[in-house]
Design a protein around this ligand. Structure first.
Ligand code: FES
Ligand code: FE2
Length: 348
């Protein structure tokens, strides 16, 4: 993990649509670059370098006025394309008065940003997440700052065998169950899929609270990684009622969206949402609260790991059987990084 290396040519989650009302702006760092996100009065979200071209004042300290963002220092104004549209003390606006604009797409409640070469930013490649628009589900979203490298968060989500230890009081379940469950990991063309099935098992506390299971359950955990997000479908049906043959509508489903955006080498934006198919009795709120509690437990773990890693970045680590999914993601990311690097060299 030495040296900050990021995949750049990707759509990353920059935030939630709900983060910005018209006229609002926020400064965030992605991949070591400072960005200001802002929504114009008519609702269009833009992403610009968060540094005025005049004297380096952060534009995120300024104000949005109609279709421009104004620097708070000497009043230069910039449009969503990064071009300065007005310099108060002069008539002419030179061509050099512009700042970097990042491609940004708003879709399905998410803001997606492209941090790499803008010429390669194809909106058709924005990841699809139809759950956010599916009336079967109710969802809530959050943004957690994580004091740990992004790969630690990927590892955490790809290897759910930590559940009985870190999350015993929420989504855990007993350790023997988790370790007797085989983790199958499959490589996809641009991703990794991990499946764990736990037939005829005892429901964990969250499942009992939300869905009122009284007996044993057939439980699934299906995890799909694509750079750099993870979709996790977990849930259960009463044991023996067809969950593993695809009959799940009568059961309890939790759909987790996990957008992982590196902030710096040692910090990460974690944008997640949790959707459930039980909409009444306050279940979506209750599940969200329990999930948030669960993820705060992960946040603490990642922070502790990062302290040790930062103290000795070259120290050896080993893999165990349940790391198979995480290992596949590392292989895929390494391949994509090589491709990006060789592409960059070719185009020089
Ligand atoms: S620093 Fe932005 S207008 Fe002067
Ligand atoms: Fe966890």
């Amino acid at each position: 993990m030495a040296g900050a290396s990021y995949l750049k040519d990707l759509w990353y989650v920059a935030g939630w649509s709900s983060d910005l009302a018209p006229g609002e702006r926020v400064g965030r760092t992605f991949l070591d670059q400072q960005v200001v996100l802002w929504r114009s009065a008519d609702g269009v979200v833009s992403a610009l370098e968060d540094r005025c071209i005049h004297r380096a004042m952060p534009l995120s300290a300024g104000v949005v006025d109609g279709a421009v963002i104004r620097c708070p220092y000497h009043g230069l104004e910039f449009g969503g394309n990064g071009r300065c549209t007005r310099i108060p003390a002069q008539d002419r606006v030179p061509d050099t008065a512009r700042i970097r604009a990042y491609p940004l797409v708003e879709r399905q409640g998410l803001l997606w940003i492209w941090m790499g070469d803008a010429h390669r930013a194809d909106p058709a490649l924005v990841p699809d997440y139809p759950i956010h628009e599916d009336p079967v589900y109710a969802w809530r979203s959050a943004h957690f700052p994580v004091n740990g490298n992004w790969q630690l968060l990927v590892d955490n989500l790809m290897d759910l065998s930590h559940l009985p230890y870190i999350h015993a009081n929420t989504i855990g379940g007993n350790p023997e169950l988790h370790f007797s469950t085989r983790t199958r990991s499959e490589k996809l063309p641009n991703g990794v899929r991990v499946v764990r099935h736990m037939p005829d098992s005892v429901p964990p506390p969250t499942y009992v609270d939300a869905a009122g299971f009284t007996g044993r359950i057939d439980r699934w955990q299906e995890i799909e990684f694509e750079p750099l997000l993870i979709r996790i479908h977990t849930g259960a049906c009463d044991a023996g009622t067809g969950a593993f043959e695809g009959r799940r509508d009568h059961g309890f489903s939790m759909r987790g969206f996990h957008g992982i955006t590196p902030e710096t080498e040692t910090t990460t934006h974690y944008f997640w949402s949790m959707a459930t198919n039980i909409l009444d009795n306050g279940v979506p709120d209750e599940v969200f609260e329990q999930t948030a509690r669960t993820f705060r437990e992960d946040q603490e773990v990642l922070e502790l790991q990062q302290l040790r890693i930062s103290a000795d970045p070259g120290h050896a680590m080993i893999d165990i059987a349940s790391d198979v999914g995480g290992r596949h993601t590392r292989q895929l990311i390494a391949r994509l990084q090589n491709e990006e690097m060789s592409g960059a060299l070719e185009s020089r």
